[in-house]
Ligand binder design. Structure first.
Ligand SMILES: Cc1cc2nc3c(=O)[nH]c(=O)nc-3n(C[C@H](O)[C@H](O)[C@H](O)COP(=O)(O)OP(=O)(O)OC[C@H]3O[C@@H](n4cnc5c(N)ncnc54)[C@H](O)[C@@H]3O)c2cc1C
Length: 292
């Protein structure tokens, strides 16, 4: 007899999880489940035929802090991250606080927000700007080095790391999971966040832009401007145009940075005219605020 629809077996170890996934290659990871339930209205929700619950893998709920990094397991809920307070870089907290209401933030996981398939969700711009890296885990592609009886029946898993700036949900290989998010804790002196949202049903003109500044006395030592939505915009040339300059900035330097940003915006499609205008206004106003 076929297994009932939507049955989620308790998977508590990597070995159990990847063994299950190996024998059910069409199964889909289930974190908070919010993406599956969104836009289904009041009818009985339709879910993928086979789900892999990530809930019982203890490691995925872990939060670790060292002097240099904050590490979040992929199953940590957005509200848990917000509740860590000042341990979390301010720009990431601002982005997470802007996501839906408390009930959704209690269910949504950071891993699910990063892996959501529609477009880059609200945590992504901050994670890219902060130079976060993601740990991805899959079944090992290399065979075990020694062939003991137990190694014949066990599934080894292996990990690789990828920069947040290079990650999209398409970066995941078949049967690969996002397992850990590593966020550098270098301090930033100033952070700005804006969310653009024209329509609930159309992701073309939706996204988040963040701006981070670091200064030492009166020298601007680092600046990051990142937009993430249907696409990611980050122009490293703006960073090199402005880093190392004296604060307040000269009108000439800011003008050059604005021209550079407009070049970056020119890559957006004509359908993205709303977001293009908003991103142009945001960056122009923010940078002019740094002029004498
Ligand atoms: C009313 C409402 C308003 C919302 N508003 C916002 C908003 O303003 N901003 C915003 O960013 N989001 C918003 N969301 C969307 C919500 O944040 C995302 O759908 C959510 O981030 C998905 O997270 P989840 O933990 O529920 O993941 P799931 O729904 O369980 O998974 C999402 C996708 O990622 C895959 N996946 C999950 N975890 C992993 C993993 N560890 N490794 C590999 N693949 C994985 C799943 O297979 C699935 O394809 C809203 C949702 C609702 C219902």
């Amino acid at each position: 007899m076929d297994a009932p629809f939507n049955q989620v077996p308790p998977l508590t170890t990597w070995e159990g999880l990847f063994n299950f996934w190996n024998s059910n290659p069409d199964a889909v990871p289930f974190a908070g489940g919010i993406q599956f339930l969104r836009f289904q209205g009041k009818r009985a929700p339709v879910l993928p035929h086979k789900l892999i619950s990530l809930e019982d893998i203890e490691e995925l709920h872990r939060i670790t802090r060292t002097e240099q990094y904050l590490e979040l397991g992929a199953m940590v809920r957005l509200s848990e991250i917000i509740n860590l307070g000042t341990t979390v870089p301010e720009i990431l907290r601002k982005c997470l606080e802007g996501i839906a209401g408390p009930q959704i933030r209690n269910s949504t996981t950071i891993g699910g927000n990063i892996c959501a398939t529609s477009h880059h969700m609200d945590s992504c711009a901050a994670l890219i700007a902060l130079d976060a890296r993601y740990e991805l885990r899959s079944m090992a592609s290399t065979p075990p080095t020694s062939f003991t009886l137990s190694s014949l029946f066990s599934t080894q898993s292996s990990t690789r790391w990828i920069a947040a700036s290079r990650f999209t949900s398409a970066s995941l290989a078949p049967r690969e999971l996002l397992t850990r998010i590593r966020i550098p804790l270098e301090p930033w002196n100033y952070s700005l966040y804006r969310k653009f949202h024209r329509s609930e049903l159309d992701n073309t003109d939706t996204g988040v832009i963040v701006l981070l500044l670091r200064n030492q006395k009166e020298i601007l030592t680092d600046i990051r401007i990142v937009f993430a939505g249907s696409t990611v915009l980050e122009d490293k040339r703006i960073e090199s145009l402005l880093s190392g300059k004296h604060l307040p900035l000269s009108r000439k330097d800011v003008h050059a940075a604005i021209v550079q940003w407009e070049t970056c915006l020119a890559t957006l499609s004509p359908e993205q005219s709303f977001i293009r205008t908003e991103l142009s206004n945001f960056v122009t106003t923010s940078l002019l605020g740094l002029v004498d």
